[in-house]
Design a protein around this ligand. Sequence first.
Ligand SMILES: Nc1ncnc2c1ncn2[C@@H]1O[C@H](COP(=O)(O)OP(=O)(O)OP(=O)(O)O)[C@@H](O)[C@H]1O
Ligand SMILES: [Mg+2]
Length: 624
Amino acid sequence: MSAAKPAAEGSHLSALLRIAPYLWPKNETELRIRVVVALVLVAAAKAANVLVPIAYARAVDALAPKDGIGAAITVPVALLLAYGGLRVMSSAFAELRNAIFAKVQARAGRRVALEVFEHLHALSMRFHMDRATGGLSRVIERGVRGIATSLNFLLFNIIPTIVEILFVALILWWVFAASFAITMLVTIAAYVAFTLLFTNWRLRFRRTMNQTDEEANTKAVDSLLNYETVKYFGNEGHEARRYNESLTRYERAYVTSETTLNMLNAGQACIMAVGLTVTMLLAGSGIAAGTMTVGDLVMVNTYLIQLYLPLNILGFAYREIKQGLTDMEQMFALLEVPAEVRDAPGAVPLAKGPGEIRFEDVRFGYRPDREILKGVSFTVAPGKMLAIVGPTGAGKSTISRLLFRFYDATGGAVTVDGQDVRSVTQASLRAAMGVVPQDTVLFNDTIRYNIAYGRPGATDAEVEAAARAAQVHDFVLRLPEGYATRVGERGLKLSGGEKQRVAIARTILKDPRILILDEATSALDTRTEQEIQAALRDVARNRTTLVIAHRLSTVVEADEIIVLQDGRIAERGTHASLIAEDGLYAEMWRRQAQAVAAAEAAARAQAEADLDRPRTGRLGEAIA
Ligand SMILES: Nc1ncnc2c1ncn2[C@@H]1O[C@H](COP(=O)(O)OP(=O)(O)OP(=O)(O)O)[C@@H](O)[C@H]1O
Ligand SMILES: [Mg+2]
């Protein structure tokens, strides 16, 4: 992930401010009530917690033998019951608070994740080309988890603990003496300072540990994904060595991280022990002087130990909050990325027209320093077919991307039915067009789902009709699971030709006004190609069609053919006129015709050889 730059400290606050509206959602009274109740419960749990040592201390005092035995036997029972009740309340409130707040937190996570997801889809092709998709989904995942952890620790751990500390300090001051409160506060201040400094110092080991862990993981995954390649080259030993190197680094980082954690824990325990001892000394001298009871000593002791528990995880909470806020920052940073291609203000839906496409002196480059299209002009009349041919990398697929408005041209204009594609809504523009792309990628779902994707809501009969038109129906029926067959990630379980036919069926089902076929049949063998060409001709009839092809035999019938070379239109005309011109196209045609002839000759020779061999065999036998 390239965006892993740690967010600045100051922006942590902004991450918290961004999440606030999700926690206090408009028009969702139920969630707001839950927030309030959860906060009240936190306060109640803490209040019960603060009262526990008081009940405990008074019970101890009541139990301590004074003048006679048994005089006070009824009083401690009530106090002990109160003690027990308060303890129960303290933890019951905490659990109840968790249960009530869970929905608020889950809802906030869901809404943020959805918002980021929708935004990612709104972002431009350029953005997605530059990003690793796996990385993006991890940013969302980590961001949502970050919301949960930072909220939980901040709202229900850190802030309540601070409040509790202040309360206890007040009680100690009020009931006993300032020295108790001051000792406690100094102890806690030293504890917190030590923990934060130490944790900050430790973060680097933790980071190395995470990094080396990730590195080892990536290597293992990459190596297993390339299972075939590893075997082809017999490089198992090499892979194991690389993996082991990463594992060794992880091992070292882990040990350092653990050792420093133990140091942190030991330091924390020392500070607490010193604080406790000083307090006990103070209390002991108080008892000796007769100003305090044994119960008082127990109470002070209990307070400190009670505070010690939440403080114990302070280092962990600090790290988690910091990490959580950073993750949230990164996720929200995605929301800040502006979409490059956006509907113009006041964009209108594409008006229904006959489907004329026009490129007027279009210039475009993916990067400013390399222009791909250097002034391309052509018009496809409604219902006609334009073929674009030319060497690889000439910019043919780029033309279809501009038509779909995945990018905006840097010069000139692309119009559909006289409307500039930049002035209409992207949704209406794309609804009017269908494409069979060069590299078909399918969803990891069933064949039926993938075909129906062309028009969600299509009936099974419609899906099958489209499949028939794309010559894929019979193939599907031969599969054990038929249309319910899953195609694997990106459609990997289908052959290239099968995938391409599913893509054709999907576009046939969409039934667009304008059709773009980018090497739509390149992955098919010649016979299937001829069959599908026939089907595609049917589909293309009366539709404006843009055909991009390497195999020139498939574009012979186009109304116009343009030869794209080096970002410019080198030649244009019909097949006959271009052959007559005897230029680039004629040259390409001759070369392909030669190749076809050579292939046919080879096939004929093979067939003859096949016929010959058994004959000679039999002849030989006959002679023998
Ligand atoms: N996202 C991108 N970023 C940068 N350069 C790109 C990008 N996509 C394509 N290109 C470059 O633009 C040029 C034109 O690409 P395009 O896909 O239009 O070629 P093409 O004519 O369709 O080739 P082919 O016949 O091989 O499909 C190529 O040189 C390619 O490297
Ligand atoms: Mg291409």
